[in-house]
Design a protein around this ligand. Structure first.
Ligand code: UD1
Length: 368
């Protein structure tokens, strides 16, 4: 037997490792799974609830690094993970990292330097925007990981353009869609709109957490005004990320938003609760990476408050529209959505609920 270490640290990692763990557990192989949680996210709402709902359970190892500047956080993950891997009696067969958060890059750096093979799930995505911390994480991770498991066609083009050897690359599809497919029935059973006193297909769901939107006071104030105006057209539900909450509070914008009876603020929601709300929403307004993909799969209109996306298939084949800097541009799109004129989803190769099986096949072949 040999072990595969799955590293996760931040909220968007958990829905990507859950289907991989399930696929490995159901496959006869000589590989066993071990989960290392870096502790990048640590609140129950940002981590524990996802571990529970997605069936991951208690991680085997918790590095408990917590928050900090990028340098601090990345360095702490590297120090703690290297210590753990050095202490371990047996050398793992490989390490699996997912997505583009600081934990992804830090774990890759440590493992590669220790000579342990690394597979990156969701490789090849590029926004070409180097002001995004995630873009740096993607570039570093893909340049040194051994196996690059790609989720959408643009990933293949990007890696080829960067000169990656073809034998490092496999197209496996989207593991996050695996989690969605697996959890959708349970999410619908929660009847989330009814729980919040909302009519299905008659509310806008909002999330915001990118530094480019929430760390700049002028931008955050403009977004707050935008949400008040949106609420005049359609009720708004806004689960608030801790980073955003802190900023809204500091700028005195939280009280103002709370006072708007058509804007419903709540703490970050669990995976199923959020999926249930997304599935029944009239539209979603967000700056998230993953939500662009989930709404595309569900066929729900998504307005992304960014100027670029590393997930272009959600624009060409899905329900995503990039709004960019100029919030005024959103209104004509919102008019289209509310009038039922918005674009629909086309099918995307490998977004079928089976991506984790394909990923695990690759890993067993490479590392068993
Ligand atoms: C991180 C990822 C981002 C991902 C997002 C999802 C990086 C560079 N960023 O951003 O790609 O989209 O997660 O949420 O890896 N905090 C808490 N409780 C927690 C975690 C964080 O209160 O459990 C607060 C802390 O004040 C912290 C701040 O949120 O300083 C930001 O957390 P951090 O992990 O640095 O980045 P995110 O904005 O969450």
């Amino acid at each position: 037997m040999g072990s595969l270490i799955f590293v996760a640290g931040a909220r968007p990692n958990f829905m990507k490792i859950a289907p991989l763990l399930r696929a490995l557990a159901t496959r006869p192989s000589a590989l066993t799974a071990e989960v290392v949680h870096t502790g990048q996210h640590y609140d129950f709402e940002m981590s524990g609830v996802f571990l529970e709902q997605l069936g991951i359970g208690k991680p085997d190892v918790q590095l408990e690094v917590g928050s900090g500047s990028h340098g601090e956080q990345t360095a702490r993950i590297m120090i703690e993970l290297e210590r753990y891997l050095t202490r371990r009696s047996e050398r793992p067969r490989g390490i699996v990292v997912v997505g583009d958060v600081n934990s992804t890059m830090a774990a890759t750096l440590v493992a590669v330097k220790m000579g342990i093979p690394v597979a990156h799930v969701e490789a090849g995505l590029r926004s070409s925007d180097r002001t995004m911390p995630e873009e740096i994480n993607r570039l570093v991770t893909d340049s040194i990981a051994d196996l690059l498991l790609v989720s959408e066609p643009a990933g293949l083009d990007n890696l080829a353009r960067e000169g990656c050897a073809a034998n490092r690359i496999r197209y496996i599809g989207n593991v996050m869609i695996d989690s969605l497919v697996h959890q959708l029935a349970a999410a619908r059973e929660l009847a989330m709109p009814a729980q919040l006193g909302l009519q299905p297909a008659d509310y806008a769901l909002v999330t915001l957490h990118r530094p480019s939107n929430v760390d700049d006071p002028t931008r955050l104030a403009a977004l707050t005004q935008f949400l008040h105006r949106l609420a005049e057209r359609v009720p708004v539900v806004f689960p608030v990320h801790p980073r955003t909450n802190k900023q809204l509070e500091q700028l005195g914008l939280l009280a103002e938003l709370t006072a708007d009876p058509r804007v419903r603020l709540c703490p970050p929601l669990g995976y199923r609760e959020f999926l249930g709300l997304m599935d029944s929403a009239r539209l979603i307004i967000s700056d998230s990476g993953g939500i662009q993909e989930e709404t595309t799969y569900l066929g729900i209109p998504c307005l992304t408050l960014r100027s670029n996306t590393e997930r272009p298939v959600t624009v060409t084949h899905g329900t995503n529209t990039l709004i960019g800097e100029q919030l005024d541009r959103a209104w004509s799109v919102i008019d289209d959505v509310l009038a039922g004129r918005y674009k629909r989803t086309m099918s995307i190769d490998g977004w079928d609920g089976q991506a984790a099986n394909r990923a695990i096949d690759v890993l067993i072949e490479a590392w068993q």
